[in-house]
Write a protein that binds this ligand. Sequence first.
Ligand SMILES: O=P(O)(O)OC[C@H]1O[C@@](O)(CO)[C@@H](O)[C@@H]1O
Length: 557
Amino acid sequence: MSQHPLASSLQAWKELEQLYASKGKQINLTKAFKDDPKRFETYSRSFNSSKTDASFLTDFSKNLIDDEIYKKLLSLAKEAKVEQQRDDMFAGKPINSSEGRSVLHIALRDLPQDFNPPVEGVDEVKGELEHMKQFSEQVRNGQWKGYTGKQIDTIVNIGIGGSDLGPVMVCEALKPYAKRDLTAHFVSNIDGTHMAEALRASNPETTLFIVASKTFTTQETITNATTARDWFLKSAGDKAHVAKHFVALSTNVKAATEFGIDKANMFKFWDWVGGRYSLWSAIGLSICLVIGYNNFEQLLLGAHEMDLHYKNTPLDKNIPVLLALFGIWYTDFHGCQAHMLLPYDQYMCRFADYFQQGDMESNGKTITKDGERVNYETGPIIAGQAGTNGQHAFYQEIHQGTRLIPCDFLAPAQSHNPLGPHHDILISNFLAQPEALAFGKSEEEVKKELSAQDQQNSFLVKSKIFEGNRPTNSIMFPKLTPAVLGALIAMYEHKIATQGFIWGINSFDQMGVELGKVLAKKILPLLQGGDVSKVDGAGHDSSTSGLTKYYLTHRQK
Ligand SMILES: O=P(O)(O)OC[C@H]1O[C@@](O)(CO)[C@@H](O)[C@@H]1O
């Protein structure tokens, strides 16, 4: 019996195909809400935390489902053994089967030690957190001095992917909790501009560089770190001063030591922490420095509360599971290609960016864990922007485009910056968009607003019709606090994992990022050699060769 069968072979999947064919495309939300005045209550779920302020409301009622479809989706989760696969993850089983690793980001935030999976390194988490706490407090209170005895007023986090996106997103989202006299730069791109702009704004005497890299082999990060170290030594001179201005966050202590970073300034994590799931680990040091350890701990505790919810809640009340199932309903039965994350909070402006990696690097796969090619769609394209900006950018397509684009709308009831009418106006849009998407605007309603002459203009009338029945989830929380953010991030982490469990894929490796890196390393010597005459004989296709020659003949001399 296959451990990870094709999802399409499951009985519930086959029955969902029949349901889609028979009525899936005909679900009419206007009628559904009219027929069931309690639809909001029926399909809303609350998340409540007993130990933090992380509580929120999730409204699933504007999804294209009825009770029969809803129950069949739950059957799919059951038949796909979602609960067993979840429990295996929490127990530390090596579910990342291609790398033979556990997947235990939940252990990074299990401060109450509710789970305690028997895996090497889990018992060191608290010690590393204590190290992060001590160090961040020394920097923030001025005890940690640079090589000329001055306090640190600037940090430069050097990392990419999961070693960058999480810290960037969280530091932006929790800016109200930031130490405003500590400037944080995040350098990720190998494009020299990224590092040049950060160095231009930094003083070597008062800057701390954080080299964040799980493997400590990533070309962009090591190159950027080397450039930063050379820049620093131009001013500091003595290599002994590096220890005061460089720290490393990695699983690779050997490589970090060889780079010249003092072992005492290393913050370690473990191979069971995936890069895109690592902000809770030492990779979160920049977060501790910016918002303080206590707020970082609240972030962890909020995520832990969501872990408890995901682990212990029956499927029909389990918010990450429901998000996963509705997403599969659209991806695999409605044929949707994308999913939008639309936070109506400017501080969450990097939230969708973060989950581009979180979701697409986890579920952008075609091979099941049994080695079969899937015959269905897997991870969607993730995009989004803070509201209301997105409304003035791409909502036209969401409302009237040819394809269905499911959206998650998120918003706080309270703003950190209650300016005049701003928050009411923001929330009025947060409420109106899902309403417009769900219920649209009929031809009759359009014509009522047009002159008799314009009513005869078929193009004009039809251009103003909104078909509606465009699905959304709405999530509201009291205020964007560290614990609420932690719970929201964990909620989406578990949604993504649940979808992977159902699709039978390994959501926790990333083989797809390797080929491009290998080819770039092959091309680099050709560019560094600079000899155009050698390009045609280098074994590349005519396109790559032609572009290479263009570069060599046009680049800076
Ligand atoms: O933290 P590191 O080892 O430098 O990896 C950075 C990023 O590179 C990857 O593309 C893997 O190579 C992401 O999965 C990862 O978050």
